[in-house]
Ligand binder design. Structure first.
Ligand code: PLP
Length: 388
């Protein structure tokens, strides 16, 4: 039996894997020590759990456990990476290169940097959402301290040429930070192979709990240093003070472990479901895929439906299918997505776009239902427009 509503908004957040929940529970009720308490077994057990999670997450991204700093999520990680580098490397320069389709956690942090006197270059993207590597190289100056380009986009799933960006950054002696919130746990990510110096990820995007994330900070070739943005007890090697969220971190570790083990099978299964959905919907007249068809996360499809009203589309679907649209509420008015606009998508098509993001537990029957439902709603909306 199909259970409604169907959840296809996994880029917003994912359900917690039951195995993750199981790992977390004892750290609320029995093993509730503070990981910084050095004088008793409660503290030692909590610290052990955190160290183990550090290993599990490090293994997923090819890092060393010591290079993992736990945070409250990717927003905090993005802030710490960018502001922390800006302050620490002020003697070297004040120029940061980023891209127009970054998440607001990066873009707004960069705006903050500009207010502090920093210089930021916002690279454009082509219609697939990809940056141009020649433009990137041309933007590097002797004052450039950081390249901040996301791994995969949250709205379109487009994957940037991370390996090439890492190589360019290395060649010019500039640090490379990537917001990999949507990529880690979904596709292979390796900080060594990709020459990544700093990377953020978030547990709730990979079947872990909300409110926990991590920042990878490279320790050699080069050793990256950061100015802390939260002062206090000196936790996390002084880079992020604050009592650690031990249950959340233990769950994050388990989530990372499951993702590592299931990466290939989950990826294949989800891309088959995504392709089935996409193939069916793109057969409708006036439908367009947004972003790259080839360099893309396996579980994401962003599709625009011409000749329909975006609000009507959402209202027709959202009782039975949970989705994101290409329009976002900004101070009470609907604005077309800045990401889609940057790809050159016209406003009307951005308004009437849907982001389908499939998850580990999505079934083929659910996809069949969604295909039928979307086709029906689009058909009805178009027919009513003609009638009017
Ligand atoms: C690319 C990207 N960066 C950052 C974030 C923020 O993550 P968090 O919710 O962990 O703060 C998100 C979440 O939507 C995201 O997709």
């Amino acid at each position: 039996m199909l259970k409604l509503p169907i959840y296809l908004d996994h880029n917003a957040t994912t359900p917690c894997d039951p195995q993750v929940m199981e790992v977390m529970i004892p750290y609320f009720t029995q093993l509730y020590g503070n990981a910084a308490s050095r004088s008793h077994s409660f503290g030692w057990q909590a610290e052990e759990a955190v160290d183990y999670a550090r290993e599990q997450l490090a293994k997923l991204i090819g890092a060393e456990p010591k290079e993992i700093i736990f945070t409250s999520g990717a927003t905090e990680g993005d802030n710490l990476a960018i502001k922390g580098v800006f302050e620490m490397y002020a003697v070297k320069g004040n120029h940061i290169i980023t891209c127009v389709t970054e998440h607001k956690a990066v873009l707004d942090t960069c705006k903050h940097i500009e207010k502090l006197g920093g210089q930021v270059t916002y690279l454009p993207v082509n219609k697939e959402g990809l940056i141009d590597l020649q433009q990137l190289e041309a933007a590097i100056t002797p004052r450039t301290i950081l390249i901040a380009i996301m791994y995969a986009n949250n709205e379109t799933g487009t994957i940037q040429p991370v390996k090439e960006i890492g190589a360019l950054a290395k060649k010019h002696g500039v640090l490379f930070f990537t917001d990999a919130t949507q990529a880690v746990g979904k596709i292979p990510v390796d900080v060594i192979k990709d020459d990544i110096d700093l990377l953020t990820c978030s547990a709730h995007k990979m079947y872990g709990p909300k409110g926990v994330g991590a920042l990878y900070v490279r320790r050699k070739n080069p050793r990256v240093r950061l100015t802390a943005q939260l002062d206090g007890g000196g936790h996390e090697k002084g880079m992020r003070s604050g009592t650690l969220n031990v249950p959340g971190i233990a769950g994050f570790g388990k989530a990372a472990d499951i993702c590592r083990q299931q990466l290939e099978t989950d990826g294949k299964r989800m891309s088959q479901l995504r392709n089935k959905l996409e193939k069916a919907l793109l057969q409708l007249d006036g439908t367009y895929l947004n972003g790259s068809k080839t360099n893309r996360l396996p579980h994401v499809a962003n599709i625009s439906f011409n000749f329909v009203n975006g609000d009507g589309l959402m209202m027709g679907l959202n009782k039975e299918v949970a989705l994101s649209s290409g329009a976002a509420c900004t101070s009470a008015s609907m604005e077309p997505s800045y990401v889609l606009k940057a790809l050159g998508v016209a406003d009307n098509l951005a308004y009437s776009s849907l982001r389908f993001s499939i998850g580990r537990y999505t079934t083929s029957e659910e996809i069949d239902f969604v295909i039928e439902k979307v086709m029906k709603v689009v058909g009805e909306l178009r027919a009513s427009q003609i009638a009017n």
